[in-house]
Design a protein around this ligand. Sequence first.
Ligand SMILES: *[C@@H]1O[C@H](CO)[C@@H](O)[C@H](O)[C@H]1NC(C)=O
Ligand SMILES: *[C@@H]1O[C@H](CO)[C@@H](O)[C@H](O)[C@H]1NC(C)=O
Ligand SMILES: *[C@@H]1O[C@H](CO)[C@@H](O)[C@H](O)[C@H]1NC(C)=O
Ligand SMILES: *[C@@H]1O[C@H](CO)[C@@H](O)[C@H](O)[C@H]1NC(C)=O
Ligand SMILES: *[C@@H]1O[C@H](CO)[C@@H](O)[C@H](O)[C@H]1NC(C)=O
Ligand SMILES: *[C@@H]1O[C@H](CO)[C@@H](O)[C@H](O)[C@H]1NC(C)=O
Ligand SMILES: *[C@@H]1O[C@H](CO)[C@@H](O)[C@H](O)[C@H]1NC(C)=O
Ligand SMILES: *[C@@H]1O[C@H](CO)[C@@H](O)[C@H](O)[C@H]1NC(C)=O
Ligand SMILES: *[C@@H]1O[C@H](CO)[C@@H](O)[C@H](O)[C@H]1NC(C)=O
Length: 452
Amino acid sequence: MGNCFLASLVLFSFLDPLLSAPAPAPAAPRPATSSQQSSPPRAPAPTVAPAPPTTFLGTRPPVFLLPGSGASTLDSTWTNSTLKAACSPTAATSTIWLQDINTLTGDPTCIQAALLLTFNSTTSLWQNNSNAQITPHDYGGVTGVVGIPVDNVFLHPIWSAMVQQLQSQGYTIGSNLFGAPYDWRVSFYTLQQIGYFARLKNSIEAAVKANNNTRAVICGHSLGTLVSTYFLTSATTAAWREEYVAAYFSYSGLYAGASVAFTQFIEGNSYGFAVSPSRLWAAARTWGSLVQRSPVPHVWGNQVLISSRAKKYTASDMRQLLYDLNLTQQVSTYDRIYSSVANLTMNPLNVDTYCIMGNSIQTAVNLAYDVPTFNGSVPLSGANVTYGGGDGVINQISLDECLSLDPVAVYNFTGIDHGGVLGDPMVMKIFLKALSTYTNPPSPSATSNMHG
Ligand SMILES: *[C@@H]1O[C@H](CO)[C@@H](O)[C@H](O)[C@H]1NC(C)=O
Ligand SMILES: *[C@@H]1O[C@H](CO)[C@@H](O)[C@H](O)[C@H]1NC(C)=O
Ligand SMILES: *[C@@H]1O[C@H](CO)[C@@H](O)[C@H](O)[C@H]1NC(C)=O
Ligand SMILES: *[C@@H]1O[C@H](CO)[C@@H](O)[C@H](O)[C@H]1NC(C)=O
Ligand SMILES: *[C@@H]1O[C@H](CO)[C@@H](O)[C@H](O)[C@H]1NC(C)=O
Ligand SMILES: *[C@@H]1O[C@H](CO)[C@@H](O)[C@H](O)[C@H]1NC(C)=O
Ligand SMILES: *[C@@H]1O[C@H](CO)[C@@H](O)[C@H](O)[C@H]1NC(C)=O
Ligand SMILES: *[C@@H]1O[C@H](CO)[C@@H](O)[C@H](O)[C@H]1NC(C)=O
Ligand SMILES: *[C@@H]1O[C@H](CO)[C@@H](O)[C@H](O)[C@H]1NC(C)=O
């Protein structure tokens, strides 16, 4: 969304770090710029004034960054010679998402061909198609999360302010600051199968050992909060977490799904670019990760979220919606992962958890499409959108579900939107202060404040 950084101009006179901080003077709700899942907008590198130096008494905790949907840079190794000749004539492997700011405004054939997944009916999981093999770019560095700058323009500005601030506070990329990009097309089951969590576990262990046994801090944003939470509940043991992870910072978490969960299946997604969302529709219909954002019935009740002229769909009807969209393989993905998503916040993380979110930005609650019924044969557009509270992408009811993780602190910012929360100077200050308590040896001052 283009207004990520405008959001950071909202000022606060007072912030209560405890649960349900009273909202400062309410900001005028702004309509979200689109009903789509926020993602890398085309925006100049943000110029955020460096925060005053934070005192780190002892070894700094290593920090791992887990981005959201569309926000990990992806490389493609072409296995189809026709497509390789057309899409990457000079190298076997090239960055497909997003290497060139113009790629999406040009012919999207290469992106579609690379990012379409194939359903494996033996495992009921999605895998690379036969044209291209996709890998996250620069795992452990940061260009996998901030993007590869083109003429000093960051493609993924969501993380760049945080990376710059951490560097200005003495953090070093690859020593104690790590990007953990992943293939955001697939669900956490597939991430498990293709070894992402094993890799994350190994790199956290190595970083902790290389940093005087200082336990790591995980920062997840948006879809990255689901991936982080799965890692911290299902891909590691409590004993491992107690040894290696001090804290988890959840930014713009969608623990109970979102009304816009399936809009990419219905409309496609322009990811903030000035192109028709329908250009990535066919590929998006294969992304199992989107099923993880399905609204959770026990939280949403029978509120109508999506409708055609003939049918209204509540959170409990999302499986039927996938059928009606002719996405029978996604129905099987839903059956496989749904109860894990719904259960994600039911298990203890055993790490200090911080819930950080925006509020009071107009967020789509209901999308009504003017079609007789859904049939999934063409991308739709022009839904009548009814708005409610949230961060512009994620509904408040889902952001608030972070409370189920039994957080040590909740920061709820009026007027800060989905993407803007990471780079906001006020949020950054709070993050750095909390981070400085996890040094080895621990900071004597702040620990008492942060555990309440
Ligand atoms: C955040 O603030 C919004 C708006 O006041 C409120 O609806 C929501 O419940 C709050 N969430 C938390 C976790 O405090
Ligand atoms: C490394 O950790 C030990 C044990 O907590 C601590 O006493 C020491 O000060 C740390 N070293 C540095 C350089 O921070
Ligand atoms: C390679 O891609 C071209 C263009 O999409 C397609 O026509 C062809 O069938 C593909 N070849 C294989 C072996 O999949
Ligand atoms: C489906 O997955 C299984 C298990 O990973 C693998 O052995 C098989 O080759 C895959 N099928 C296809 C068609 O790629
Ligand atoms: C895609 O291919 C890459 C390279 O072989 C592999 O590492 C990755 O696990 C595959 N991903 C999926 C979702 O099949
Ligand atoms: C989710 O929780 C329900 C109710 O506790 C349980 O029946 C179900 O097996 C759980 N699913 C998973 C995948 O853990
Ligand atoms: C959208 O709302 C307007 C005004 O209520 C109505 O005339 C129109 O038919 C609606 N369109 C859809 C797609 O529901
Ligand atoms: C599917 O829906 C579209 C959009 O409403 C419509 O134009 C098309 O005729 C429908 N196709 C079938 C086979 O029903
Ligand atoms: C539904 O999907 C199947 C298989 O992908 C396809 O053959 C069929 O034409 C689709 N139906 C519609 C209405 O698009």
